[in-house]
Design a protein around this ligand. Sequence first.
Ligand code: KG4
Ligand code: ZN
Length: 316
Amino acid sequence: MKVLGIESTCDETAVAVVDGTEILSHKIASQTEIHALYGGVVPEIASREHLKRINILLRDALLESGGIDSIEGIAVAARPGLEGSILVGLTAARTLSFLTGLRLEEVDHLEAHLFAWPFLEKLTPPGLGLVVSGGHTRLVYIKKWGDYEIISDTRDDAAGECFDKVASMLQLKYPGGPEIEKAAKEGDRKRFIFPVANLKGSLDFSYSGLKTSVLYKIKYDFNGKLSEKDRKDIAASFQDAAFKPLVKNAIDGAKKTDSGWILVCGGVAANSRLREMFRKPAEMAGIKTLFPPLKLCTDNAATVAACGEFYLKKTD
Ligand code: KG4
Ligand code: ZN
């Protein structure tokens, strides 16, 4: 089924056309350079930028994939996210659906992250999803596609947000995740020991302590003055501390729910060190881990379209 997907929940305007496991068009206009000037996403600017870009992306994606007449359904990410930003994509999708008579599926942005799976391989539930993004850090037990149980969440900040804040402390640009990954590659990850949240008896996550500990390290141990080497070593040590609980809780969660596989998705899943840190413990536990290609980790409309297609085809 050929589905047009639209995503505008945060600072990426994205439009894609997907047919089954084939991505016919994949357009993303990122606003990160604009928001980098402010150190983070400014909601009012984000919605205005979506408005400037959405029609251009719709036109380009449809031109590339055979035109609106070839489309069989529409999907849009309708929650959660920045209200003003969501309204841009949602209004475009509802208007298109109204004018063409095509069915519209309004999907959940986090569920859409999980729907990177159709582009990987046939994944048969039950399994576990680890959604790690700028706004969420969550373990989802996937009983069936469309039937989920959230088994843990963050108690405070999301992992991605923590990367963005620590990057700003290290005077790296926004978004912080890719910048920290880059700096960490040349850093000594054993130089500093940052606290890893261990919430006894729970698979929940917590990132506020780690964030504060990096802040105090820079402020009190270095008096705010970091050399290039200090910056890289802090990035590497922080990154490992941030990932330890993701790996541990996901594997414990998979064992607890008897899940044979873990799908890691959302923007933070793009990180190569996270992929590496999962490898050994997952192998030892006999659990398969799956990571989407980078363009399907961060916000995009192909996964939105895939999620929409699932519901548009669903008959029960
Ligand atoms: O899923 P996403 O694109 O948007 C949200 O739904 O939030 O995730 C964005 C988050 C940002 O916090 C960004 O810093 C983080 O994902 N991120 C990364 C990497 N690429 C993006 N974090 C760590 N390493 C990366 N390579
Ligand atoms: Zn996202």
